[in-house]
Design a protein around this ligand. Structure first.
Ligand SMILES: *[C@@H]1O[C@H](CO)[C@@H](O)[C@H](O)[C@H]1NC(C)=O
Ligand SMILES: *[C@@H]1O[C@H](CO)[C@@H](O)[C@H](O)[C@H]1NC(C)=O
Ligand SMILES: *[C@@H]1O[C@H](CO)[C@@H](O)[C@H](O)[C@H]1NC(C)=O
Ligand SMILES: *[C@@H]1O[C@H](CO)[C@@H](O)[C@H](O)[C@H]1NC(C)=O
Ligand SMILES: *[C@@H]1O[C@H](CO)[C@@H](O)[C@H](O)[C@H]1NC(C)=O
Length: 357
């Protein structure tokens, strides 16, 4: 026991050092931001202060507690703030108060699940171009806040950004063509906002994308065929919008897709035969659209299918016997269509099937 304490003390002595000037500037920027909160009772930020007398706790903080690198939910690289994770921290604040330009090495920002208000873009003249200084930023989570207005132009300059999650806010405006500069992007979540207009064809340039969720907005028009260039795409969620074109044949090129959800739109035309090439697809939701024509027997080739929902369309013809090859299928919804003929007895082979309607 004694040995353990002298060991800790040894490390404390080795690592004690004056607060570097970068982190001092960053500490001040964080405190200024904290002072701008509408509520001052976010209890998790108690460690954020420059008072060394009361808050130094030698047992778990070898460095000075006025160094922001030791503050709760902050981590540093080379004595400069690299990660800020204040998810679900009861923060109420205007988003534009956040001092982006003060953190040149910030790579991960998680301010999700708070009550951040206001538009992402500051009023003209307030803090011009503040976000675009964050050239190291890789992750920006602002989901589940109260943000409104259009998506900031400056976001398009964050060329290192890999993960952008702005879902569950009140963002409006035309869908962000300006994000087309985000060539490192893997994840784009903009769902559950009030975005409108077409899906920008420029999204097809972000060829590293793995996951796109634009669902539950007011998007209109066609599903851009340029999306077929996203060869790595695993999930594409466009459900609950007002999209009204046929499903592009080109989506059949997205052979990495595992989950395709286009339901609750006004999509017309037939289910394209090319979807039969999406061999690792597990979930296909095309329900609540205006699709017509037959259920393709090619869908029976997609043996990874777990969940196939084609209900509430104008599909005609018979249920293809080939569906009996979908041995992993758990849910098959075909109700509210104009299908004819008997339910093929071969579907009895689908031993994983739990729900057939
Ligand atoms: C902070 O105060 C507000 C009212 O001003 C209250 O709604 C909220 O629940 C409080 N949060 C915490 C973490 O105490
Ligand atoms: C210091 O930190 C330890 C471990 O987290 C805790 O048990 C202790 O109560 C703290 N002491 C003070 C004075 O805050
Ligand atoms: C957020 O914090 C509250 C209270 O601290 C907790 O009850 C809730 O489960 C948390 N939510 C998430 C999504 O972590
Ligand atoms: C922030 O912390 C939460 C909870 O510990 C974690 O789930 C989340 O992934 C973290 N965010 C980032 C960007 O690291
Ligand atoms: C589909 O189009 C019809 C007729 O134009 C319209 O009334 C309906 O609201 C649309 N539904 C969706 C989900 O966009």
């Amino acid at each position: 026991m004694l040995k353990y304490y002298s060991f800790t003390l040894f490390f404390f002595l080795i690592f004690i050092e004056p607060v570097a000037s970068t982190s001092f500037a960053e500490a001040n920027a964080l405190l200024k931001w904290k002072a701008s909160f509408i509520n001052h009772n976010s209890s998790i930020l108690k460690s954020w202060n420059l008072d060394t007398k009361n808050s130094a706790n030698l047992s778990n903080r070898p460095k000075s507690s006025s160094n922001p690198c030791n503050w709760f939910r902050i981590s540093c690289i080379d004595e400069s703030v690299n990660r800020l994770n204040l998810t679900n921290a009861s923060i109420q604040a205007f988003f534009y108060e956040f001092p982006f330009s003060s953190f040149p090495n910030l790579a991960y920002i998680d301010l999700s699940l708070n009550r951040l208000f206001g538009i992402i873009r500051p009023q003209i003249g307030q803090i011009p171009d503040s976000l675009s200084g964050l050239t190291s930023l890789r992750t920006l989570y602002l989901y589940n806040n109260q943000l409104s207005g259009p998506i900031l132009h400056e976001l398009g300059k964050l060329t290192s950004l890999q993960d952008l999650e702005l879902d569950m806010n009140h963002l409006t405006g035309q869908n962000p063509v300006l994000l087309s500069g985000l060539t490192s992007l893997r994840t784009l979540y903009l769902h559950t906002n009030q975005l409108f207009g077409p899906i920008p064809p420029e999204l097809g340039k972000l060829t590293l994308l793995l996951d796109i969720a634009l669902s539950t907005n007011h998007l209109m028009g066609q599903i851009s065929t340029s999306l077929s260039r996203l060869a790595s795409l695993r999930t594409l969620f466009l459900y609950t919008n007002q999209l009204s074109s046929p499903i592009p044949l080109e989506l059949g090129k997205l052979t990495s897709l595992q989950d395709l959800e286009l339901d609750t739109n006004n999509l017309t035309g037939q289910i394209p035969v090319s979807l039969g090439g999406l061999t690792i697809l597990r979930t296909l939701y095309l329900y609540n659209d205006q699709l017509f024509g037959p259920i393709l027997h090619e869908l029976g080739k997609l043996t990874s299918f777990q969940d196939l929902e084609l209900s509430t369309n104008h599909l005609t013809g018979q249920i293809p016997i080939s569906l009996s090859g979908l041995t992993s299928l758990r849910t098959l919804y075909l109700y509210t269509n104009q299908l004819s003929g008997p339910i093929p007895p071969e579907l009895g082979k689908l031993t994983s099937l739990q729900d057939l309607e």
